[in-house]
Design a protein around this ligand. Sequence first.
Ligand code: NAD
Length: 491
Amino acid sequence: MSATEARARDCRHLIGGKWVDAAGGGTFDDLDPYTGDVVASAAAGDREDAARAIEAANAAFAGWSQAGPGRRQAVFLKAADVLESRRDEVVEWLAKETGCSFGFGMFQMGFVPGLFRQAAGAAYAPLGQVLPSDLPGAFAMGVRRPVGVVGAISPWNAALILSARAIAAPIVFGNTVVLSPSEHSPYVGGLLWGEIFAEAGLPDGVLNIVTHDRAGAAAVGEELVSNPRVRRINFTGSTATGRKLAEAAGRHLKRVVLELGGQNPLIVLADADLEYAVNAAAFGAYLHQGQICMSARRIIVERPIAEKFTAALAEKVSGLGVGDPREPTTIIGPLISPAALETVSRRVDEVVKAGAKVLAGGSAEGACYRATLLADVPRDSEFAQVETFGPVAAIEVVESADEAVAAANATSYGLASGVLTSDPDRGLAIAGRLQAGIVHVNDQPVHDEPQMPFGGVKDSGWGRFGGTFAMDEFTEMQWVTVQSGTRPFPF
Ligand code: NAD
């Protein structure tokens, strides 16, 4: 066993540059979702641990906020290199901690070095504007300043990308961070980043990491929300948890970036290329067994193409390989937990009882749920109304593009969407009518690049990660004037 592996199997908090146990001494088991094996024992943090981490982050802020752009840039360039040098080991950990297939693991491994190199460039982004003033002699500026300590709460599903995203922009703009990773990914979503940024030369206390089990998540979140030293929070996770956090943050008048769930539509217009549409729909709905916030969950098809498209998609979906995520042929690996499997099974069974048709899949296989395609799902069912985080998509047939837009918008969510058409102008016109933070024309919804403005509308949240768009979220705009002479006062 390598030294890194030994440490990974014993995930402690990182506070002020030191690896420490939870204040209460508790630990929890981190399980492989496919085999059920314990892959790590992690510190079970609570409020006190979060408070200690906030103190450390606050102490480090004065120094880091004054670090020059070259220094901040160097840390991110080095972090990208260090991560790349550990590629195989990290992809293996993504599989054993989060059930991630090799393909999705490699996608995450490609994305994050790009994210860090973008962040390195952002260290030199302009920090403000010179503003015209009517006051004689006044030179006025809007200057972006770091905000202070940022709390970062991340999910397990694309743990590598989403924890990296949660810390990169805050740190590069001069803030310090307390990262709270999901209980399902304390290593690839948490402690790994402590190792990598220490090697990259980030000063102690700039990044602090507090792990917790499911029961401890609320206490850590409460401390981040209520502690006055924490000036911003970014949260990526379910709409239900995000809503609770936003309600609490409202009481403290604290700004929160909310990156939440989706019920993402993929519109297939009658002029779409059939084979391309089938491949796009299968990829969009079933990559990472549908456990992606952007996954296509509703496939809205225009009547003239519906019959052929549905038959071809059902055939493709039935053939997607199910099983061990370490096998290169596996497309559908395990769901993250028995509870997640139970939710997916229950919701599918409920709609089937209520009259939905199963066109492919429709049952569990060990820790996995087969890729499932449904039709005729009742609109009032739980499945139709809330995100089901698994490999299940539903076909809806519509009579026109207008009806497709209305169906796509008939949800409380608004994260990502896709419009498949061979006419880009028509696709662009439809994009403007979709209530979604992200629209891909002639593509499916699952796509991300580090420099793009990523985020949702409606119940999918607010705020944007990506490139310099994140500057709005993690800096404070300060209006500064300098009076070059003296000005008259009326008394
Ligand atoms: P989750 O809401 O269960 O947990 C997210 C994070 O919040 C975890 O770190 C968890 O420990 C923590 N948490 C749980 N209860 C908390 C509480 N009361 N207070 C503070 N923190 C708490 O979500 P999940 O199952 O980890 O992730 C899947 C969800 O995330 C899906 O809904 C998916 O769509 C969404 N997601 C959104 C995006 C996006 O960018 N919009 C990206 C990925 C995932």
